[in-house]
Design a protein around this ligand. Sequence first.
Ligand code: FES
Length: 256
Amino acid sequence: MSNTTTVTLEVLRYDPERDQEPRFQSFEVPYDEDWVVLDALNWIKDNADSSLTYRWSCHMAVCGSCGMVVNGEEKLTCKAFLRDYLGRGPIRVEPLRNFPIERDLVVDMEGFMAKLESVKPWIIREEEKPVEDGEYIQLPKQLKRFKHHTLCINCLLCYSACPQVGLNPGFIGPAALALAHRYNLDSRDQGRHERQEVTGSADGVWECTFVSACSEVCPKHVEPGGAIQEQKIANSVDWFLDHLIPGRSNAGRTKE
Ligand code: FES
C-alpha cells in the first residue's frame, strides 16, 4: 500500500492553430493505485482542463485508440498503471512519435490509413468460386500459422517506436506489413504477388533494419518484426522462382 495521495502528470499540449510549438503543462492528480494513466487524463479533463484532447474508447486494451508515449515508452494508457511510475518523478505523457500532432495528445493517422490500404489487407482470389460451391475451408493448423498476426488493434505504438519510420516517413511500416503477411499466409488467399508490388518496393520490407522495437512495444504480441523478416525471405524466393519459371501463377506460390 502506498501513502501517495497525488501524482504529477506533465502533459504535452499543442494547438497548431494557436501555439508556435508544443509545451508541457503540469497537473496534480489524485492517486489511486488502481488507476491507469488514462484515468488520470480523464480526471484532468473532468476537473482541471476540459480542453485537454486525447483519444480513447474501450478502456480495456481492445480499441487501440489510447496509445501515447509515457515516460519515453510507447504504451496503451489504459494499461499503464500509475503505481508502476511511483518514485520516478513526474509522469510525462506525450503523443505518439513519428506522426504529425493534430492537437495535444491526438496524432494525424491519415498517412497510416493510406499505407494500410496500400497492402490490400483483404482476401484476394484469382478466381472466386460460385457461392453454391460452399465456403473456403480452413483447417485449425492453417489458421494457427498466422493467427497471432490477426491480433493487431492498430494502436500505432509500433510506428512510434520504429526508427525507420522516423527516418523515412514513406516506409510502409510494421503494422501494415504484418497485416500484409497475415493475408499472404492465409490458406484462402492468392494475393501475395499483388501485394509484393508494395511490400517489395523501396518503402516495403527491405526498409526494415530489424531493430524489432515494433515487436517490443506491441501490446498484442503480433510480432511485426518477425512478420517482416519472413516476408523478406518469401519475396526473395518468389523473385528467384519467378525468373526460373516465367508465368508462375499465384496459386503456385506456396504459403511460407
Ligand atoms: S482505450 Fe481502447 S485500447 Fe486503450
